[in-house]
Design a protein around this ligand. Structure first.
Ligand SMILES: [Zn+2]
Length: 243
């Protein structure tokens, strides 16, 4: 089995320097071919981990020539392309059109496979509030609240996601310098605070439909998400995923 830490010349940062400096380790890696919506498949190396701070079963997908990407970044070259994707059962698996998570996932897999890098699949459904609460929030959104207001109405935070485990996973994979595939500045800020170097944020495409336009509009207006929406697209249902 390849040890990506050793192959990348990885040296852990000082233990206890920050919350994110807690040690996680690769538990297992297995190859899983991923079927693509447009046909064909791509190989993914699926990593599980020991020692993640929140005890959740997060996984990383190593895509394309991730080994070379890790080596290159460790040697001072281009950073590793990474996407932190929060689990969305309704969007990722059922193909729900209330959010853009499914298309975002497939876009990320395709782009990272071309560049070499990792997709972290983080088990924080509904921006961290869980599946049932997310479905409760959908009910509130059907009565006019947006995706953030609905979380607040449920007595939850707008966004409860925490990327400490993600930072542990990246360290365990030998990744310290990251080009982050995301429209969400909060993710880059959190990773930076957790001691990773985010050298750039790479925007993702807009996956707009009549069913998700209110959800995407709420995201674009909120916390400086770098989504660019046509001004006239403000009708339709609202979702709750959160990328
Ligand atoms: Zn979603």
């Amino acid at each position: 089995m390849i040890d990506p830490l050793r192959s990348a010349g990885y040296r852990p940062m000082g233990a206890g320097r920050a919350a994110g400096a807690a040690r996680g380790a690769v538990r297992r890696q297995v190859t899983v071919p991923l079927r693509l919506p447009e046909g064909g498949s791509l190989p993914a190396e699926v990593f599980s981990f020991d020692g993640l701070v929140d005890g959740e079963e997060h996984v990383a997908l190593g895509l394309g020539d991730w080994r070379e990407a890790v080596r290159r970044a460790a040697a001072g070259g281009e950073p590793v392309l990474v996407r932190m994707h929060s689990e969305c059962l309704t969007g990722d698996v059922f193909g729900s059109e209330r959010c853009d998570c499914g298309p975002q996932f497939h876009e990320a897999v395709t782009r990272i496979s071309a560049a070499g890098g990792f997709l972290l699949y983080l088990r924080q459904e509904g921006r961290g509030i869980g599946l049932y609460a997310k479905l409760d929030a959908y009910g509130l959104q059907d009565r006019g609240l947006d995706t953030y207001q609905a979380n607040l109405a449920l007595g939850r935070s707008e966004d409860e996601r925490d990327y400490t485990a993600a930072a542990q996973m990246l360290r365990a994979l030998g990744v310290r310098r990251v080009a982050l595939l995301s429209n969400n500045p909060d993710k880059a800020e959190q990773l930076g605070r957790l001691g990773l170097e985010v050298t750039e944020r790479v925007p993702t495409a807009l996956h707009l439909s009549s069913a998700n336009v209110r959800y995407l509009t709420a995201k674009a207006r909120h916390r400086a998400h770098t989504l660019r929406l046509p001004d006239d697209r403000v009708n339709g249902a609202d979702g709750a995923g959160g990328s």
